[in-house]
Design a protein around this ligand. Structure first.
Ligand code: BT5
Length: 337
């Protein structure tokens, strides 16, 4: 661990003197002083008191601010503005980096799946996690599902009940149980999509990119975009933000820490990865409802009944059971039932 991070960790339990830190870390006092100075230059205003160094009351939304108190091994790289944290994550991955979280206040070229634009103004949580897991590419979809679980849990901790739409969106509102309003809509003969009804409003999206060989992932970049402290009016229709749902801003530092810690718990070990699907199922709004999934091979309509390893959606259709691995999923109002 570098001295800067070790000093940040040392500051967690109250005042600590320079010499004590140097002893604990096995480095010179000058090295501790240099690390403290570099933290101050970053904007993490370490105070000098008679009892020793003290962390700032407001650590701030910055690299040091996020790393301070973080119970996960990620180094944070923070940008006020960047085209896309995923692009930066890919660059870092290509140079061999791992366990880095690239965080930005604003993205000017945020990307969704299939080359779509992702709107990412100042105030959001835009972050990409770079990892080099020792898993086969077949297990890589679990990382996307783990990111949805982590983002859902961070949202819930912030007070917003977000649910997952397969495979990677977080939605707020809409019905959490299968729609049972068939009676009142019996005259409505056709199924139609209802983005603001059962489906809910989109709070977050995830874009995973990876490089690998047949048997081994070389790197994976999991990009997570959560509309945090943003006015809903500046977002696409059918989108929402934590601010819009809560009527107040969230502490993005706390939010990111919860998300990173949860993601790490779920992905760092085989035991963690085994928990991903059950955790995903518990938080899903897709299961039990009618869906239409646009896949590369055409559209599949039916009832979503399960998600199977490593992340395939199981759909009961009129022509039998189908498993889809990728695609755009629409929640349908089931007027036919
Ligand atoms: C996604 O794509 O939802 C994945 C978004 C991933 C964004 C993160 S932010 C950090 C990292 N860096 C990046 O450059 N990307 C990742 P998809 O499922 O294709 O959805 C895209 C669609 O969502 C768009 O076509 C819009 O309809 C809608 N959309 C765009 N911006 C949105 C926003 N801020 N909130 C909700 N919906 C949005």
């Amino acid at each position: 661990m570098d001295t800067r991070r070790a000093v940040l960790d040392g500051l967690r339990d109250g005042p600590v003197s320079g010499p004590a830190l140097a002893d604990d870390l096995g480095v010179s006092r000058a090295a501790v002083w240099k690390a403290v100075e570099s933290l101050r230059e970053e904007g993490f205003a370490v105070e000098s008191t008679p009892d020793g160094y003290v962390a700032p009351t407001d650590p701030g939304y910055s690299a040091a601010g996020i790393e301070f108190g973080l119970d996960a091994p990620y180094a944070v790289e923070y940008h006020d503005q960047i085209p896309s944290t995923n692009d930066r994550g890919r660059e870092l991955a290509a140079t061999g980096e791992t366990d880095v979280a690239v965080v930005a206040d604003e993205q000017t070229g945020g990307r969704g799946r299939l080359g779509r634009e992702f709107v990412a103004p100042s105030g959001g949580v835009w972050l990409s996690i770079v990892a080099r897991p020792t898993v086969s590419p077949a297990r890589a979809p679990l990382f996307t599902l783990a990111a949805s679980v982590a983002a859902a849990d961070a949202s819930r901790a912030a007070g917003v009940d977000a649910r997952i739409k397969w495979p990677n969106d977080l939605l707020v509102g809409g019905e959490s149980a299968p729609a049972n309003d068939a009676g009142s809509r019996a005259s409505d003969a056709t199924e139609h999509s209802d983005p603001t009804g059962r489906g809910g409003r989109k709070l977050a999206g995830i874009l995973t990119e990876m490089e690998g060989e047949a048997d081994r992932v070389s790197w994976i970049v999991v990009g997570i975009g959560v509309n945090a402290n943003i006015d809903a009016e500046t977002l696409p229709t059918d989108a929402t933000s934590l601010r819009a749902e809560l009527g107040a801003d969230v502490d993005r530092r706390q939010f990111v820490a919860t998300l990173l810690e949860r993601f790490h718990d779920l992905t760092a070990t085989d035991d963690g990865l085994d928990q991903v699907l059950p955790a995903w199922r518990e938080r899903a709004s897709t299961l039990g409802g009618r869906v239409r999934v646009e896949t590369p091979g055409g559209s599949v309509v039916g009832t979503a009944v399960d998600v199977e390893p490593p992340g395939a959606l199981v759909i009961e259709t009129e022509d039998g059971t189908r498993r889809v691995h990728a695609g755009d999923c629409e929640h349908l109002r089931d007027a036919e039932r």
